[in-house]
Ligand binder design. Structure first.
Ligand SMILES: *[C@@H]1O[C@H](CO)[C@@H](O)[C@H](O)[C@H]1NC(C)=O
Ligand SMILES: *[C@@H]1O[C@H](CO)[C@@H](O)[C@H](O)[C@H]1NC(C)=O
Length: 379
């Protein structure tokens, strides 16, 4: 504001007490962008801010050391990226602190502004499902979506007590249910399950996500974001593991594997349909679909627009190969190294994206461009 307009504001305030009251109120609203007072997150490695590391599921996980975290925190935090994740950028946009991982909150973290229940490697379906398919040994963690939901229920009584109290608290709380479900497919694809076979899993995975969303609404939650899957056919891991001599397998628009991107869209369309039914069942809740696919596919169509000057399909951190993804030398393992310009890359370690990508995805959600109905504006 210029000096002139603020001095005229002062004069108006002197002359008209009511106007000055309005000015004050409007000023408070505009200068306080906090639409939400807390954020709770469920999911997998796309949003885990430390639970997997704290769970001790794997003795010396590579995500527990540099180069993970190198671009922002300068040390590893348990985030599967070089820096911040979508959930971190959302917290920043609403003026809230980064979400403490659930498994850390006993250690004195304040959690009234939210908690992160996501665990890297987590699945939407319970381990039992994978046991029946003889894939259980592949799971990084047993902390599936229903376990994460159980953690929330356990915590709820320390967030609010009476129904009135909880209604007031949840009115100003944003719940992110995912991304989750991507791993349910990853585990099976990585050991050779066919797309045709996995299509049959999609309704089961989508059902697990919608059940968790319903359960949260039944607990009194009213503001929810449910993200879909990323364009997995563009990930360096998929590009490497499913390389094909057949040019027709690649999408000429972006160089990605067509069939896997179609699969991601197939999942997303079913999820969108299921969410529409939930909206009818719970008209009082705001159930927002977050289009991660749409937000991320832009990177491969107009990379330079987003600052991605390196090959969009090549991981920043890896152990060689055409997409710098080598399953015997994954990012952080001996034989791998990180690029010196992560922000010029879409892909961080073959599976996960860079902080730069997550920033653009978060912006896309917050602006409303990739959230339906749009996320409430932070301003
Ligand atoms: C792109 O990334 C690869 C692998 O990290 C690197 O060898 C190459 O120099 C990079 N190119 C540019 C233009 O940054
Ligand atoms: C992948 O990593 C292994 C182990 O470090 C190495 O022997 C192999 O040459 C690498 N492959 C490529 C394509 O770089």
């Amino acid at each position: 504001m210029s000096g002139n307009s603020s001095s005229s504001t002062a004069i108006i305030m002197k002359l008209f007490p009511l106007l000055s009251f309005l000015f004050f109120t409007l000023g408070t609203v505009l200068s306080n962008p906090q639409r939400y007072e807390s954020i709770f997150n469920f999911g997998d490695s796309l949003s885990d801010t430390g639970n997997f590391l704290l769970s001790g599921a794997v003795a010396f996980p590579v995500i527990g050391k540099l180069p993970y975290g190198v671009s922002f925190f300068q040390h590893a935090t348990g985030r599967c990226s070089d820096g911040r994740l979508v959930v971190d950028f959302i917290a920043e946009a609403y003026g809230l602190p980064y979400l403490p991982p659930y498994l850390a909150i006993d250690n004195g973290h304040d959690f009234k502004h939210g908690v992160n229940f996501a665990v890297a490697g987590a699945t939407a379906l319970d381990p039992q499902f994978f046991k029946e398919l003889k894939l259980e040994s592949l799971l990084w963690t047993k902390d599936s979506l229903s376990i994460q939901l159980g953690w929330f229920k356990k915590l709820k009584s320390s967030l609010c007590t009476t129904k009135q109290d909880c209604d007031n608290y949840f009115k100003k709380s944003l719940f992110l249910v995912g991304e989750i479900g991507g791993n349910d497919y990853n585990y099976a694809f990585f050991v050779g399950a066919s797309i045709k076979k996995l299509r049959a899993f999609v309704p089961v995975v989508v059902d697990a996500i919608t059940k968790a969303t319903s359960a949260l609404i039944e607990e009194g939650v009213v503001e929810l974001v449910v993200p879909g899957n990323l364009p997995i056919g563009c990930s360096a891991a998929y590009m490497t593991l499913f390389q094909s001599p057949n040019k027709a397998d690649y999408d000429p628009k972006n160089g990605c594997l067509k069939a896997f991107n179609s699969f991601a869209k197939y999942h997303n369309n079913q999820l969108k349909r299921a969410l529409e039914m939930l909206r009818q069942k719970y008209p009082h809740a705001r159930i927002i679909y977050a289009d991660y696919y749409g937000a991320a596919i832009r990177f491969f169509h107009a990379p330079r627009h987003y600052g991605f000057f390196n090959s969009t399909l090549t991981a920043c951190c890896g152990g060689g190969g055409p997409y710098n993804f080598n399953n015997s030398a994954r990012c952080g393992h001996i034989g791998s190294k990180a690029c010196n310009n992560p922000s010029a890359h879409v892909n961080w370690d073959g599976i996960h994206l860079t902080e730069a990508s997550y920033r653009h995805i978060a912006k896309g959600l917050i602006s409303g461009l990739f959230s339906t109905p749009p996320l409430s504006s932070p301003l």
